[in-house]
Design a protein around this ligand. Structure first.
Ligand code: ADP
Length: 495
Protein backbone atom coordinates (compact mmCIF):
# COMPACT_ATOMS: atom_id res chain seq x y z
CA UNK A 1 0.00 0.00 0.00
CA UNK A 2 1.22 3.48 -0.86
CA UNK A 3 2.51 5.81 1.85
CA UNK A 4 0.81 8.88 3.28
CA UNK A 5 2.54 12.17 3.91
CA UNK A 6 3.71 12.61 7.48
CA UNK A 7 1.87 15.87 7.89
CA UNK A 8 -0.95 15.88 10.44
CA UNK A 9 -3.66 18.20 9.23
CA UNK A 10 -5.47 19.13 12.39
CA UNK A 11 -4.66 18.43 16.00
CA UNK A 12 -7.37 16.60 17.93
CA UNK A 13 -9.99 18.90 19.36
CA UNK A 14 -11.08 19.49 22.91
CA UNK A 15 -14.29 17.63 23.78
CA UNK A 16 -16.86 19.79 25.47
CA UNK A 17 -20.25 18.11 25.10
CA UNK A 18 -20.74 14.62 26.52
CA UNK A 19 -24.10 14.84 28.24
CA UNK A 20 -27.62 14.41 26.85
CA UNK A 21 -29.29 17.52 25.51
CA UNK A 22 -32.79 17.58 26.99
CA UNK A 23 -35.05 20.61 26.98
CA UNK A 24 -32.15 22.92 26.16
CA UNK A 25 -29.90 21.69 28.98
CA UNK A 26 -26.92 19.35 28.92
CA UNK A 27 -27.76 16.78 31.59
CA UNK A 28 -26.39 13.55 33.07
CA UNK A 29 -28.26 10.28 32.74
CA UNK A 30 -30.92 9.59 35.34
CA UNK A 31 -28.86 6.53 36.32
CA UNK A 32 -25.61 8.54 36.42
CA UNK A 33 -24.09 5.97 34.04
CA UNK A 34 -21.58 6.77 31.30
CA UNK A 35 -19.99 4.75 28.51
CA UNK A 36 -16.62 5.16 26.79
CA UNK A 37 -16.28 6.36 23.23
CA UNK A 38 -13.16 5.47 21.25
CA UNK A 39 -10.62 6.67 18.74
CA UNK A 40 -10.67 3.89 16.10
CA UNK A 41 -7.07 4.73 15.08
CA UNK A 42 -5.78 3.43 18.40
CA UNK A 43 -8.74 1.90 20.27
CA UNK A 44 -8.05 4.43 23.04
CA UNK A 45 -10.90 6.01 25.00
CA UNK A 46 -11.40 9.65 24.04
CA UNK A 47 -14.29 10.53 26.34
CA UNK A 48 -16.93 9.14 28.66
CA UNK A 49 -20.42 9.99 27.54
CA UNK A 50 -23.73 9.95 29.44
CA UNK A 51 -25.43 6.60 28.83
CA UNK A 52 -29.13 7.06 28.23
CA UNK A 53 -31.82 4.58 29.11
CA UNK A 54 -35.63 4.43 29.12
CA UNK A 55 -35.83 7.08 31.83
CA UNK A 56 -33.74 9.57 29.83
CA UNK A 57 -35.80 8.85 26.73
CA UNK A 58 -38.94 9.57 28.80
CA UNK A 59 -37.54 12.93 29.87
CA UNK A 60 -36.51 13.81 26.33
CA UNK A 61 -39.87 12.78 24.87
CA UNK A 62 -41.69 14.83 27.53
CA UNK A 63 -39.61 17.88 26.53
CA UNK A 64 -40.26 17.33 22.82
CA UNK A 65 -43.98 16.75 23.52
CA UNK A 66 -44.25 20.02 25.44
CA UNK A 67 -42.33 21.92 22.75
CA UNK A 68 -44.70 20.53 20.15
CA UNK A 69 -48.01 20.83 22.02
CA UNK A 70 -47.39 24.20 23.61
CA UNK A 71 -45.12 25.69 20.97
CA UNK A 72 -43.53 27.90 19.99
CA UNK A 73 -41.98 25.70 17.29
CA UNK A 74 -44.96 24.39 15.27
CA UNK A 75 -46.80 27.68 15.79
CA UNK A 76 -43.91 29.90 14.81
CA UNK A 77 -44.08 31.37 11.33
CA UNK A 78 -42.49 29.13 8.74
CA UNK A 79 -40.24 32.02 7.76
CA UNK A 80 -38.87 32.28 11.30
CA UNK A 81 -38.21 28.52 11.36
CA UNK A 82 -36.45 28.83 8.04
CA UNK A 83 -34.25 31.63 9.38
CA UNK A 84 -33.19 29.53 12.37
CA UNK A 85 -32.17 26.72 10.01
CA UNK A 86 -30.19 29.23 7.93
CA UNK A 87 -28.47 30.69 11.00
CA UNK A 88 -27.59 27.16 12.07
CA UNK A 89 -26.04 26.42 8.66
CA UNK A 90 -23.91 29.57 8.98
CA UNK A 91 -22.69 28.51 12.43
CA UNK A 92 -21.80 25.03 11.18
CA UNK A 93 -19.83 26.63 8.37
CA UNK A 94 -17.93 28.73 10.89
CA UNK A 95 -17.07 25.70 13.05
CA UNK A 96 -16.58 23.37 10.13
CA UNK A 97 -12.92 22.45 10.77
CA UNK A 98 -13.48 21.68 14.44
CA UNK A 99 -16.52 19.57 13.60
CA UNK A 100 -14.67 17.69 10.86
CA UNK A 101 -11.80 16.99 13.27
CA UNK A 102 -14.20 15.69 15.90
CA UNK A 103 -15.94 13.54 13.28
CA UNK A 104 -12.62 12.04 12.19
CA UNK A 105 -11.46 11.50 15.75
CA UNK A 106 -14.58 9.59 16.74
CA UNK A 107 -15.26 7.81 13.42
CA UNK A 108 -11.87 7.35 11.74
CA UNK A 109 -12.87 8.74 8.34
CA UNK A 110 -10.28 10.82 6.46
CA UNK A 111 -10.28 14.38 7.73
CA UNK A 112 -10.13 15.74 4.20
CA UNK A 113 -13.32 13.84 3.35
CA UNK A 114 -15.08 15.12 6.47
CA UNK A 115 -13.89 18.71 6.02
CA UNK A 116 -14.18 19.14 2.26
CA UNK A 117 -17.11 16.93 1.42
CA UNK A 118 -19.30 16.04 4.40
CA UNK A 119 -19.37 19.34 6.31
CA UNK A 120 -20.16 21.37 3.16
CA UNK A 121 -22.88 18.83 2.38
CA UNK A 122 -24.35 19.28 5.84
CA UNK A 123 -24.46 23.05 5.35
CA UNK A 124 -26.00 22.64 1.90
CA UNK A 125 -28.67 20.26 3.18
CA UNK A 126 -29.77 22.56 5.98
CA UNK A 127 -29.99 25.47 3.56
CA UNK A 128 -32.05 23.25 1.26
CA UNK A 129 -34.46 22.37 4.09
CA UNK A 130 -34.57 26.00 5.22
CA UNK A 131 -35.78 26.71 1.69
CA UNK A 132 -38.62 24.22 2.07
CA UNK A 133 -39.81 25.42 5.48
CA UNK A 134 -41.95 28.26 4.11
CA UNK A 135 -43.06 26.45 0.94
CA UNK A 136 -45.04 23.63 2.49
CA UNK A 137 -48.77 23.93 1.96
CA UNK A 138 -51.87 21.95 1.12
CA UNK A 139 -54.35 22.05 -1.73
CA UNK A 140 -57.83 23.27 -2.51
CA UNK A 141 -59.82 20.22 -3.61
CA UNK A 142 -62.74 20.38 -6.08
CA UNK A 143 -65.17 17.92 -4.42
CA UNK A 144 -68.67 17.04 -5.64
CA UNK A 145 -71.38 18.97 -3.84
CA UNK A 146 -71.60 22.35 -2.17
CA UNK A 147 -68.38 22.10 -0.16
CA UNK A 148 -65.23 24.07 0.26
CA UNK A 149 -62.52 21.45 0.70
CA UNK A 150 -58.92 22.08 1.57
CA UNK A 151 -56.00 20.05 2.87
CA UNK A 152 -53.70 21.24 5.63
CA UNK A 153 -50.20 19.80 5.70
CA UNK A 154 -49.37 19.62 9.37
CA UNK A 155 -46.32 18.34 11.24
CA UNK A 156 -46.77 14.84 12.69
CA UNK A 157 -45.58 15.74 16.17
CA UNK A 158 -42.69 14.22 18.10
CA UNK A 159 -40.25 12.40 15.82
CA UNK A 160 -37.99 9.69 17.26
CA UNK A 161 -34.85 9.32 15.17
CA UNK A 162 -32.17 6.65 15.46
CA UNK A 163 -28.99 7.02 13.45
CA UNK A 164 -25.89 4.93 12.68
CA UNK A 165 -22.15 5.62 13.02
CA UNK A 166 -20.89 5.61 9.41
CA UNK A 167 -21.84 9.23 8.64
CA UNK A 168 -22.71 10.62 12.06
CA UNK A 169 -23.26 14.23 10.95
CA UNK A 170 -24.85 13.53 7.58
CA UNK A 171 -27.26 11.01 9.06
CA UNK A 172 -28.15 13.62 11.70
CA UNK A 173 -28.82 16.05 8.85
CA UNK A 174 -30.95 13.71 6.73
CA UNK A 175 -33.16 13.12 9.76
CA UNK A 176 -33.26 16.47 11.51
CA UNK A 177 -33.47 18.72 8.42
CA UNK A 178 -36.86 17.61 7.06
CA UNK A 179 -38.37 17.05 10.53
CA UNK A 180 -37.60 20.62 11.61
CA UNK A 181 -38.53 22.17 8.26
CA UNK A 182 -42.00 20.64 8.63
CA UNK A 183 -42.39 21.89 12.21
CA UNK A 184 -41.90 18.67 14.20
CA UNK A 185 -39.97 18.30 17.43
CA UNK A 186 -37.33 15.62 17.85
CA UNK A 187 -35.69 13.10 20.13
CA UNK A 188 -32.63 11.74 18.35
CA UNK A 189 -30.51 8.83 19.54
CA UNK A 190 -27.01 8.75 18.11
CA UNK A 191 -25.08 5.54 17.52
CA UNK A 192 -23.16 4.36 20.58
CA UNK A 193 -19.91 4.41 18.56
CA UNK A 194 -20.18 8.08 17.54
CA UNK A 195 -22.04 10.26 20.03
CA UNK A 196 -19.88 13.40 19.91
CA UNK A 197 -20.57 15.52 16.84
CA UNK A 198 -24.37 15.52 17.17
CA UNK A 199 -24.04 17.04 20.65
CA UNK A 200 -21.73 19.71 19.28
CA UNK A 201 -24.07 20.70 16.46
CA UNK A 202 -27.07 20.59 18.80
CA UNK A 203 -25.30 23.27 20.81
CA UNK A 204 -24.94 25.32 17.62
CA UNK A 205 -28.67 24.90 17.02
CA UNK A 206 -29.32 26.52 20.38
CA UNK A 207 -27.05 29.41 19.44
CA UNK A 208 -29.04 29.76 16.23
CA UNK A 209 -32.19 30.29 18.29
CA UNK A 210 -33.85 26.87 18.27
CA UNK A 211 -36.25 26.89 21.26
CA UNK A 212 -35.56 24.43 24.12
CA UNK A 213 -37.11 20.98 23.72
CA UNK A 214 -37.38 21.14 19.93
CA UNK A 215 -34.26 19.03 19.38
CA UNK A 216 -33.26 16.62 22.15
CA UNK A 217 -30.27 14.31 21.84
CA UNK A 218 -29.85 11.15 23.89
CA UNK A 219 -26.66 9.08 23.71
CA UNK A 220 -26.75 5.37 24.44
CA UNK A 221 -27.13 1.84 23.16
CA UNK A 222 -29.74 0.41 20.81
CA UNK A 223 -31.52 -2.25 22.84
CA UNK A 224 -31.95 0.17 25.77
CA UNK A 225 -32.27 3.82 24.67
CA UNK A 226 -33.07 3.02 21.01
CA UNK A 227 -35.76 0.49 21.82
CA UNK A 228 -37.31 2.83 24.42
CA UNK A 229 -37.58 5.52 21.76
CA UNK A 230 -39.02 3.28 19.03
CA UNK A 231 -41.66 1.89 21.40
CA UNK A 232 -42.56 5.13 23.17
CA UNK A 233 -46.29 5.83 23.29
CA UNK A 234 -45.78 9.59 23.03
CA UNK A 235 -43.58 9.47 19.94
CA UNK A 236 -45.62 10.05 16.79
CA UNK A 237 -43.16 8.86 14.16
CA UNK A 238 -39.92 6.92 14.08
CA UNK A 239 -37.12 7.19 11.52
CA UNK A 240 -34.22 4.79 11.50
CA UNK A 241 -31.04 4.18 9.55
CA UNK A 242 -29.01 1.04 10.23
CA UNK A 243 -28.95 -2.67 9.57
CA UNK A 244 -31.90 -4.60 8.12
CA UNK A 245 -32.08 -6.82 11.21
CA UNK A 246 -32.42 -3.83 13.52
CA UNK A 247 -34.87 -2.21 11.10
CA UNK A 248 -37.20 -5.16 11.58
CA UNK A 249 -37.01 -4.71 15.34
CA UNK A 250 -37.82 -1.00 15.00
CA UNK A 251 -40.85 -1.70 12.83
CA UNK A 252 -42.08 -4.29 15.30
CA UNK A 253 -41.62 -1.97 18.29
CA UNK A 254 -43.39 0.83 16.42
CA UNK A 255 -46.32 -1.45 15.54
CA UNK A 256 -46.63 -3.04 18.97
CA UNK A 257 -46.66 0.27 20.81
CA UNK A 258 -48.76 2.98 19.16
CA UNK A 259 -48.54 2.03 15.48
CA UNK A 260 -46.36 5.04 14.75
CA UNK A 261 -45.30 5.24 11.10
CA UNK A 262 -41.70 4.24 10.44
CA UNK A 263 -39.24 5.18 7.75
CA UNK A 264 -36.31 2.83 7.45
CA UNK A 265 -33.06 3.15 5.54
CA UNK A 266 -31.34 -0.23 5.77
CA UNK A 267 -28.64 -2.42 4.30
CA UNK A 268 -27.62 -3.09 0.74
CA UNK A 269 -25.60 -5.29 -1.56
CA UNK A 270 -25.57 -2.99 -4.52
CA UNK A 271 -24.50 -4.18 -7.97
CA UNK A 272 -22.07 -2.15 -10.01
CA UNK A 273 -22.35 -3.31 -13.62
CA UNK A 274 -19.57 -2.71 -16.15
CA UNK A 275 -20.70 -3.42 -19.71
CA UNK A 276 -18.38 -4.35 -22.55
CA UNK A 277 -18.52 -0.88 -24.07
CA UNK A 278 -17.75 1.03 -20.88
CA UNK A 279 -14.90 3.48 -20.46
CA UNK A 280 -12.78 1.00 -18.49
CA UNK A 281 -10.40 3.40 -16.77
CA UNK A 282 -13.26 5.49 -15.48
CA UNK A 283 -15.23 2.38 -14.50
CA UNK A 284 -12.22 1.05 -12.56
CA UNK A 285 -11.85 4.31 -10.65
CA UNK A 286 -15.56 4.61 -9.88
CA UNK A 287 -16.00 0.93 -8.98
CA UNK A 288 -13.07 1.39 -6.58
CA UNK A 289 -14.63 4.53 -5.11
CA UNK A 290 -18.09 2.92 -4.98
CA UNK A 291 -16.78 0.15 -2.75
CA UNK A 292 -13.88 1.59 -0.76
CA UNK A 293 -15.31 5.04 0.02
CA UNK A 294 -15.65 5.63 3.78
CA UNK A 295 -13.71 2.40 4.54
CA UNK A 296 -16.42 0.46 2.73
CA UNK A 297 -18.87 1.50 5.41
CA UNK A 298 -21.70 2.71 3.17
CA UNK A 299 -25.15 1.16 2.98
CA UNK A 300 -25.12 1.80 -0.79
CA UNK A 301 -21.55 0.52 -1.39
CA UNK A 302 -21.15 -1.03 -4.84
CA UNK A 303 -20.25 -4.34 -3.28
CA UNK A 304 -20.90 -6.66 -6.23
CA UNK A 305 -18.78 -5.56 -9.16
CA UNK A 306 -20.19 -7.33 -12.25
CA UNK A 307 -17.83 -7.12 -15.24
CA UNK A 308 -18.58 -8.22 -18.79
CA UNK A 309 -16.41 -11.18 -19.79
CA UNK A 310 -14.86 -9.31 -22.73
CA UNK A 311 -13.38 -6.62 -20.51
CA UNK A 312 -12.98 -8.73 -17.38
CA UNK A 313 -9.22 -9.35 -17.54
CA UNK A 314 -8.34 -5.74 -18.26
CA UNK A 315 -10.71 -4.51 -15.56
CA UNK A 316 -9.39 -6.95 -12.99
CA UNK A 317 -5.76 -6.04 -13.54
CA UNK A 318 -6.52 -2.33 -13.25
CA UNK A 319 -8.86 -2.72 -10.26
CA UNK A 320 -6.19 -4.66 -8.39
CA UNK A 321 -3.53 -2.05 -9.23
CA UNK A 322 -5.83 0.69 -8.00
CA UNK A 323 -6.52 -1.11 -4.71
CA UNK A 324 -2.79 -1.63 -4.17
CA UNK A 325 -2.29 2.11 -4.61
CA UNK A 326 -4.94 3.03 -2.06
CA UNK A 327 -3.42 5.08 0.75
CA UNK A 328 -4.31 3.67 4.16
CA UNK A 329 -3.22 5.39 7.33
CA UNK A 330 -3.92 7.98 9.99
CA UNK A 331 -7.03 9.77 8.74
CA UNK A 332 -5.66 13.07 10.03
CA UNK A 333 -2.74 12.83 7.55
CA UNK A 334 -2.93 14.58 4.20
CA UNK A 335 -3.61 12.34 1.23
CA UNK A 336 -4.94 9.41 3.26
CA UNK A 337 -7.85 7.72 1.48
CA UNK A 338 -8.71 5.09 4.04
CA UNK A 339 -8.76 5.18 7.83
CA UNK A 340 -9.68 2.48 10.34
CA UNK A 341 -12.98 0.60 10.56
CA UNK A 342 -15.26 1.95 13.26
CA UNK A 343 -14.73 -0.56 16.06
CA UNK A 344 -13.50 -3.96 17.11
CA UNK A 345 -16.80 -5.67 16.29
CA UNK A 346 -16.89 -4.40 12.71
CA UNK A 347 -13.16 -5.03 12.30
CA UNK A 348 -13.56 -8.68 13.37
CA UNK A 349 -16.66 -9.10 11.22
CA UNK A 350 -14.94 -7.83 8.07
CA UNK A 351 -11.93 -10.09 8.73
CA UNK A 352 -14.30 -13.06 9.12
CA UNK A 353 -15.84 -12.31 5.72
CA UNK A 354 -12.39 -12.04 4.19
CA UNK A 355 -11.55 -15.43 5.68
CA UNK A 356 -14.70 -16.93 4.20
CA UNK A 357 -13.70 -15.50 0.80
CA UNK A 358 -10.23 -16.99 1.08
CA UNK A 359 -11.69 -20.37 2.02
CA UNK A 360 -14.07 -20.28 -0.96
CA UNK A 361 -13.05 -20.79 -4.59
CA UNK A 362 -12.78 -17.03 -5.13
CA UNK A 363 -9.28 -15.67 -5.82
CA UNK A 364 -7.73 -13.24 -3.39
CA UNK A 365 -6.07 -10.65 -5.64
CA UNK A 366 -4.69 -8.36 -2.94
CA UNK A 367 -5.05 -7.40 0.71
CA UNK A 368 -6.78 -9.87 2.98
CA UNK A 369 -5.29 -8.86 6.31
CA UNK A 370 -5.24 -6.25 9.00
CA UNK A 371 -3.17 -3.17 8.15
CA UNK A 372 -0.57 -2.22 10.77
CA UNK A 373 -0.63 -3.43 14.34
CA UNK A 374 -2.94 -1.08 16.22
CA UNK A 375 -6.43 0.31 15.72
CA UNK A 376 -8.91 -1.18 13.27
CA UNK A 377 -7.23 -0.77 9.89
CA UNK A 378 -7.82 -3.35 7.14
CA UNK A 379 -5.92 -3.73 3.86
CA UNK A 380 -7.88 -2.86 0.73
CA UNK A 381 -8.95 -6.31 -0.40
CA UNK A 382 -10.02 -7.54 -3.84
CA UNK A 383 -11.53 -10.92 -4.67
CA UNK A 384 -12.00 -12.07 -8.26
CA UNK A 385 -13.84 -15.09 -9.60
CA UNK A 386 -16.60 -14.49 -7.06
CA UNK A 387 -19.76 -16.61 -7.45
CA UNK A 388 -23.28 -15.47 -6.60
CA UNK A 389 -23.84 -18.02 -3.85
CA UNK A 390 -20.72 -17.12 -1.87
CA UNK A 391 -21.14 -15.38 1.46
CA UNK A 392 -19.05 -12.43 0.24
CA UNK A 393 -21.48 -11.96 -2.66
CA UNK A 394 -24.58 -12.22 -0.51
CA UNK A 395 -24.00 -10.48 2.81
CA UNK A 396 -23.38 -6.84 3.45
CA UNK A 397 -19.70 -6.82 4.53
CA UNK A 398 -19.49 -3.09 5.32
CA UNK A 399 -15.73 -3.05 4.83
CA UNK A 400 -12.97 -2.55 2.23
CA UNK A 401 -13.59 -5.79 0.36
CA UNK A 402 -14.32 -5.69 -3.38
CA UNK A 403 -15.95 -8.74 -4.97
CA UNK A 404 -15.59 -9.02 -8.75
CA UNK A 405 -17.99 -11.25 -10.69
CA UNK A 406 -18.04 -12.08 -14.40
CA UNK A 407 -21.13 -11.89 -16.67
CA UNK A 408 -21.94 -12.50 -20.31
CA UNK A 409 -25.49 -11.38 -21.19
CA UNK A 410 -27.56 -8.39 -20.18
CA UNK A 411 -30.55 -10.54 -19.16
CA UNK A 412 -28.28 -12.67 -17.07
CA UNK A 413 -26.73 -9.75 -15.21
CA UNK A 414 -30.15 -8.20 -14.52
CA UNK A 415 -31.36 -11.46 -13.03
CA UNK A 416 -28.22 -11.89 -10.91
CA UNK A 417 -28.08 -8.24 -9.83
CA UNK A 418 -31.69 -8.43 -8.65
CA UNK A 419 -31.25 -11.79 -6.91
CA UNK A 420 -30.75 -10.27 -3.48
CA UNK A 421 -33.03 -9.33 -0.62
CA UNK A 422 -31.69 -5.80 -0.88
CA UNK A 423 -32.48 -3.01 -3.34
CA UNK A 424 -30.77 0.16 -2.26
CA UNK A 425 -28.66 1.26 -5.22
CA UNK A 426 -27.00 0.16 -8.43
CA UNK A 427 -24.30 1.43 -10.75
CA UNK A 428 -24.36 1.01 -14.52
CA UNK A 429 -21.38 1.61 -16.80
CA UNK A 430 -21.99 1.75 -20.53
CA UNK A 431 -21.75 4.16 -23.46
CA UNK A 432 -24.84 2.68 -25.08
CA UNK A 433 -28.05 4.56 -24.34
CA UNK A 434 -30.23 1.49 -24.99
CA UNK A 435 -28.22 -0.61 -22.57
CA UNK A 436 -28.45 2.17 -19.98
CA UNK A 437 -32.20 2.52 -20.42
CA UNK A 438 -32.76 -1.23 -20.27
CA UNK A 439 -30.73 -1.60 -17.10
CA UNK A 440 -32.11 1.44 -15.25
CA UNK A 441 -35.63 0.13 -15.75
CA UNK A 442 -34.87 -3.50 -14.95
CA UNK A 443 -32.86 -2.99 -11.77
CA UNK A 444 -34.92 -3.09 -8.58
CA UNK A 445 -33.15 -0.41 -6.58
CA UNK A 446 -33.96 3.00 -5.11
CA UNK A 447 -31.11 4.70 -6.96
CA UNK A 448 -29.43 3.83 -10.25
CA UNK A 449 -26.27 5.78 -10.99
CA UNK A 450 -25.32 5.67 -14.68
CA UNK A 451 -21.64 6.28 -15.44
CA UNK A 452 -21.24 7.75 -11.95
CA UNK A 453 -21.71 6.61 -8.36
CA UNK A 454 -22.45 8.06 -4.93
CA UNK A 455 -23.75 11.33 -6.31
CA UNK A 456 -25.57 12.77 -3.34
CA UNK A 457 -27.42 15.99 -3.56
CA UNK A 458 -29.93 17.59 -1.23
CA UNK A 459 -32.66 17.34 -3.87
CA UNK A 460 -32.10 13.70 -4.92
CA UNK A 461 -34.27 11.18 -3.05
CA UNK A 462 -32.52 8.20 -1.47
CA UNK A 463 -33.96 4.98 -0.11
CA UNK A 464 -34.49 1.32 -0.72
CA UNK A 465 -36.58 -1.23 -2.55
CA UNK A 466 -37.23 -4.58 -0.87
CA UNK A 467 -35.40 -5.13 2.42
CA UNK A 468 -33.30 -2.01 1.99
CA UNK A 469 -36.00 0.09 3.53
CA UNK A 470 -39.24 2.00 3.55
CA UNK A 471 -39.56 5.62 2.42
CA UNK A 472 -37.19 8.15 0.89
CA UNK A 473 -34.87 10.67 2.46
CA UNK A 474 -33.70 13.98 0.97
CA UNK A 475 -35.51 15.88 -1.72
CA UNK A 476 -39.20 16.72 -1.70
CA UNK A 477 -40.00 13.08 -0.86
CA UNK A 478 -38.43 13.38 2.59
CA UNK A 479 -41.06 15.93 3.61
CA UNK A 480 -43.83 13.33 3.24
CA UNK A 481 -42.31 11.43 6.17
CA UNK A 482 -42.87 14.35 8.52
CA UNK A 483 -46.29 15.66 7.49
CA UNK A 484 -49.86 14.70 8.23
CA UNK A 485 -52.57 15.59 5.75
CA UNK A 486 -55.75 16.98 7.26
CA UNK A 487 -58.83 17.34 5.03
CA UNK A 488 -61.05 20.27 6.04
CA UNK A 489 -64.59 20.28 4.66
CA UNK A 490 -66.93 23.26 4.96
CA UNK A 491 -70.44 23.49 3.43
CA UNK A 492 -70.96 26.44 1.14
CA UNK A 493 -73.93 28.63 1.98
CA UNK A 494 -74.46 30.04 -1.51
CA UNK A 495 -72.88 27.54 -3.90
P1 ADP B 1 -24.73 -1.51 12.99
O1 ADP B 1 -24.78 -3.01 13.04
O2 ADP B 1 -24.22 -0.96 11.72
O3 ADP B 1 -24.15 -0.87 14.19
P2 ADP B 1 -27.41 -1.14 13.91
O4 ADP B 1 -28.63 -1.27 13.08
O5 ADP B 1 -27.18 -2.13 14.98
O6 ADP B 1 -26.24 -1.06 12.89
O7 ADP B 1 -27.36 0.30 14.59
C1 ADP B 1 -27.87 1.47 14.05
C2 ADP B 1 -28.56 2.25 15.15
O8 ADP B 1 -29.60 1.45 15.69
C3 ADP B 1 -27.66 2.62 16.34
O9 ADP B 1 -28.02 3.91 16.80
C4 ADP B 1 -28.01 1.55 17.34
O10 ADP B 1 -27.77 1.95 18.67
C5 ADP B 1 -29.48 1.37 17.09
N1 ADP B 1 -30.01 0.08 17.54
C6 ADP B 1 -29.39 -1.12 17.56
N2 ADP B 1 -30.20 -2.08 18.07
C7 ADP B 1 -31.38 -1.48 18.38
C8 ADP B 1 -32.62 -1.92 18.97
N3 ADP B 1 -32.81 -3.18 19.33
N4 ADP B 1 -33.60 -1.00 19.14
C9 ADP B 1 -33.42 0.28 18.76
N5 ADP B 1 -32.29 0.75 18.23
C10 ADP B 1 -31.27 -0.10 18.04
Amino acid sequence: TAAASEELITPPVHIEYTKHLINGQFVDSASGKTFPTYDPRTAEVIAHVAEGDAEDIDRAVAAARKAFDEGPWPKMSAYERSRILLRFADLVEKHSDELAALETWNNGKPFEQAAHSELPMLVRLFRYYAGWADKIHGLTVPADGPYHVQTLHEPIGVAGQIIPWNFPLLMFTWKVGPALACGNTIVLKTAEQTPLTALYVAKLFQEAGLPPGVLNIVSGYGPTAGAALASHMDVDKVAFTGSTDTGKIILELAAKSNLKPATLELGGKSPFIICEDADIDRAVELAHFALFFNQGQCCCAGSRTFVHERVYDEFLEKAKARALKRIVGDPFKKGVEQGPQIDSEQFQKVLRYIKSGIESTATLECGGERFGSKGYFIQPTVFSNVQDDMLIAQDEIFGPVQSILKFKELDEVVRRANATRYGLAAGVFTRNIDTANTLTRALRAGTVWVNCFDVFDAAIPFGGYKMSGIGREKGIYSLHNYLQVKAVVTPLKNP
